[in-house]
Every structure is written in structure tokens, then in C-alpha cells.
Ligand binder design. Sequence first.
Ligand code: IVH
Length: 680
Amino acid sequence: MTEPATRVSQLRQQLQQASYAYYVLDNPIMEDSVYDQLYRELQTLEEDYPELISPDSPTQRVGEKPASQFQSVNHRIPLYSLENAFNIEELQQWQERWQRVIPNDSPLKVQEPAEYVAELKIDGSAIALTYENGVLVRGVTRGDGITGEEITQNIKTIRSIPLRLNLDHPPAWVEVRGEAFLPLDEFNRINQEREAQGESLFANPRNAAAGTLRQLDSKVVHNRRLQFFAYTLHLPNDDTAIATQWQALEYLKQLGFLVNPHCQLCPTLETVAEYYEDWEGARQRLTYMTDGVVVKLNSYTLQQELGFTQKFPRWAIALKYPAEEAPTVVKEILVNVGRTGAVTPLAVMEPVQLAGTTVQRATLHNQDRIKELDIRIGDTVIIRKAGEIIPEVVRVLKELRPTDSVPYEMPTQCPECHSTLVRSSGEAAIRCVNRSCPGILRESLIHWASRDALDIRGLGEKIVILLLKNHLIQSLDGLYRLEWEQLVDLDKMGEKSAQKLINSIQKSKEQPWSRVLYGLGIRYVGSVNAKTLTKSFPTVEQLSQATVPQLSGVYGIGEEIAQSVFDWFRNDSNLALIEQLKAIGLQFSAISGNFPVTSGSALLAGKTFVLTGTLPTLSRSEAQSLIEQAGGKVTSSVSKKTDYVVVGEEAGSKLEKAQKLNIALLNETELLAMLNQSSA
Ligand code: IVH
């Protein structure tokens, strides 16, 4: 454990650097959410150890001095920032806090619940606009809240900001505040352009907006489509026409400003909570970034009564959405073997909350990435949720690195089978090339059983590991030879689960060819590519004989995928695996409509069938007519005379009876195989 005093000084240094980079250099080194968390950690430490508080702590001031290229301007009214809440509970605590500030004998002591205005917290840059006699005279950045930079020329390029207010008799001055931001498509466009020109990329739309506003050349600003949502209004003191935030928003619209259309007047805090919850998902579909909800007391009288703390208004709070980036400490670096043999390093970290879930592992991708990051055990790192599921390490905070740390070296041997790892030229990954590596088998089995592949319910990672540990399977096809007796005695398995597992393994034989292909785990063949390929190559024979140009000729299949599929089918052990799986009864062709049409087949002649449950692809009448065309007979109830019962999903009493009478059971695949034979 680091000493509190040491940690406090480390954090201060880090936060100070971050805020210097952000406010003075305009070159941020840290995500807002990361800053928030480090800041909170410092706050908590200072609360626990008040003797450590010093006047130069970042918690003791509002912000850094602004950079000096633009003219510095004092704000008429300070631009406060907002206190943060991170969940509904903290929102409620805020309500209790502000309610306590109102004296008991005050006429404002609210009888009824107070009204709030909920606004989306736009992730941009706050700016203050001054209009004198209705004309825009000044646009100023927030700066440190007291002093900002005059960027009027740049502001004027924002089309949604009126240069003249829509008023016949404008007051002497009006101050409007709001958020300047870059819509996501514009942000992407700018970054693409910068990439093409070899310039460094903006980390996020907020940095891009801030950077753009502080461009000295307003032509550059003009070419970037900045946007502006207005959210506060200040009028000279004698003007009392506006009494609430809601009225202010309405008035701003009248004056000619763009107000975010999703602002909502909320009669209670519960309504605010609903708004917050509704927008957590919905905000993903907006064309601009939001990072929370700003909650404001609607009544100006209440706002004035409550006033401000040193830094924040008491009458407003920012209710933030869970961070998508967070700092944590690396405890260990492990390597994992994937189903293709690729060895992936991953960081095991102190658990941390990220976008609503607890995270303690992050991928480090490959050896090159480790070198690039220079990540070491003991490092404080920033992790981010990339896309949907797997978090990754984006940055190492080297300033917080333990002095005795050593660079990390990738292992040269497979962590599972200890064979020497191989790095092919032109590849970032290093691989285990041992075909019987238990790690590869484990991952192949997990993938085979996964939802989009063969969807074998009950065969998750834990059971796979258990099966391998007990030496019950040596290869993929071994799965289909498992017997109930082998499973019952396994750890926590029990009779019922064992039977269920056997059933779902057997049932997976009915899964279509496209899922089987995906399940084989060929590099680059995801479930979408698998479907595409099986449409063009309806049988495994066709696919395995296809040339690279034939494969890449399929719409959606690129050169890399084509080569990977081609190579896979040139490997003898893969071909042997297919033969084994075929013999077991898995689907290696897409049976679509062209069922065998023959009459009086010797094989089915005189045989009696009963159909029960829903079959995966055939309707009951289709199945019946196929059986009949092949010379068989279909009856409705099971008796000793029945030869086969064809069983589908949710089979009922007929199945039970068949089992009692020991009648042969068929699934759709087996029935079709039988029909195919009889028509051959
Ligand atoms: S009101 C005194 N309303 O959030 C109240 N701020 O974390 C001042 N922001 O500096 C802010 N959307 O840049 C307000 N609808 C909104 C906002 C908003 C985004 C930003 C603003 C402010 C920061 C505070």
C-alpha cells in the first residue's frame, strides 16, 4: 500500500499537470472522467486526512490561468462549474442538502415538491455571449470561470448564434450562456482530414470543440461546423419578466437561439430520475456527445435564495453517466491462448467501475502494443471500454509508476503446453502452433458451444474446463461421444443437468451449416461471414474446393478472409475433423427446399412414422409428404407398430411414450439423412 501522504502528492501532481495541459496548453492528456475519479480519490484522502490539505491542492481552487494568445476578459458574472453526482442516490442527497439550506421559517420552505428542469449535459465547451442593445459584441470562453478569452470572431462563425437578437426593444445588455460543440459526424470528418494530413487526432468531440474555439485563424473555425445550444440567460437586475429556468429556455428560443429540444420540466425529483434513466440508452442515438444530465431548480427565487458555494451553484447539479474510461492499477500481466493459437496478453487490475460494470481484466492485444504502452506490473493505467465488451488499456500514467518496476517481457513458450511460440512475418500476434495444445482445444470448444455457433446450452467455459480437467474429451468431436454416466459424477453436475447437457449436445446436430462453419473457428470467419459463405457455397465440399479468387469473388468476402478459409481447408487435421463431424451427423450442407423427391423407396416402404414437436426447418406437412413420397406412412399416435418417432422442439407425451416403448427416435437431420439415402 502506498502511504496516504505519498499518494496525495502523486495525485496532486498528476491532476495539476492534467489541468495545466487542458487549460493552458490546450492539449489534454486525460479524459474528463479520469480526472473526475483521480480528483475524487484526492478529495476522499483529504477528507480522511485533513492534515494533508494544503492551499496548493487542486481541490482548493477553481482552475488554471487561461493561455494568453487571445485577449483575457473578466466575466460580468462568474461562470461557475457544476457539482457532480454519479447516481440517483447522490441526486437525492443533493436535494436534501439544498433543502436544509432554506431556513425553517422561510416562506420558501417548500410545502410541495420543487420543480426541476432536466437538460442533457452536452459534452462541449461553455461560452458566454454578450449582447449590447441587441447586438452580439462579445463571445468569451469559460476559462477559469472568472477570466476567459475573447473569441468573438470565432463565435460568429457558428450559424445558430444570432448576431442580433430577435427583439424590438432589447435591454442594454443580455448575457447568454451555452455549450459550443461539434456534432459527431463533423468530429469524425475533422479527424479523418487530420489523419490524411498526418496531424494528431482529437481525442474526443469536446477537445475538438475547445481546440477549434481557440483557433487563432477564424477561417479554420468557419470550416468546422461548430454548434451551440443556449441554456442560461442573464438580464439586467431590473428585468423581472423571467421567473423560472423553463421560461428562460422559452425566451432564449424567442430571442433566436437554438435550445436543446430534449429539455424537460420535471414536477418532482422522481421525474428527473426517470429522465436520466431514459436518456442513458437513448443518448447513444443522438448526433452529438452527452455525458450526463444537468438538473436545475426551476424557480429563480429559490435559485437566488440558495446562491453559490465557492465553486458551484447550490441550485444545480450535473448527474453524470458512468464513465467509459477509468484509472486503475495493474496487478498482473497474463497471456491467454485463443482458439486460433494466437497468444494474447491481458492485464489483471484492481477492480474498477466502468460504464456501469466492474472490470478487472483488459486486453493488451499483442507484443507490439505492450512495447508501445510500456505497460508494467504496478502501473496506474487508464482503461476504456472499446466498442461493446472488452476493455482495453489506453494509457499508462508513468508519473505514478513504482520506482522499482521493470519492463514486461512476453513469454517465449505457450502458457498451456509449453511449446515454443512462433511469430510469423508481418503478423503482430505470436502463436502456439501445437495442434493438440489443451488451451486451443478449450477455446475451440467454448467457441463451438457459443450462442451464435452451435448454441449448446449448459456448455459454458466452466463445464468445458471441467470436461478437459477430467480428460473426458480430447477433441471437438469427442463432445458427441460423451455419455451420461461420465457426466453425473462431475463436480456439482447431478443427474438432471447431465441429461440436459447430453440432450443439448445431441440437439446441436440440427444446427444449420452456417453455424457449423462459424463454430469451426476459422480466422476472420465471424457469424456474418459464415452466413455469406454458406449462401454461395451450400456444401462443405464446394467451400473446401473453392479457390482464393472464387472465395474473394463473393460480395463481402475480402482477400484476407478468402486466404484464411482456403488455408484452413488445406490442413489435413482440419479435413479429418470435418469427416468426423460429418459422420456424427452435423450439418455440412444447406438443405433448402430441394428435398429428395422419389417414390416407393425400398428403405421407407412399410415403415410407420409419428411426428411430434416442432422441427427446425420442416413444417409438419412438409415432413409428412417427404416421408410419404419415400414410401413411408405417417400416423398420429405412438404404438408398438410405430417404427420411428421424429422429434422436434417441445415434444410432448408422444416422446415419452416412444421412450417407454423403446421406439427409435429421429431428429430432423437424421430423418433428412434417411430420405437422402433412400433417394440415392
Ligand atoms: S449550466 C451555473 N447546463 O457542463 C451553471 N451546463 O460541468 C452552469 N454543460 O461548464 C452550467 N450542458 O460546460 C449547464 N445544459 C447545461 C449544460 C452545461 C453542458 C457543461 C458546461 C459546464 C459544465 C459543468
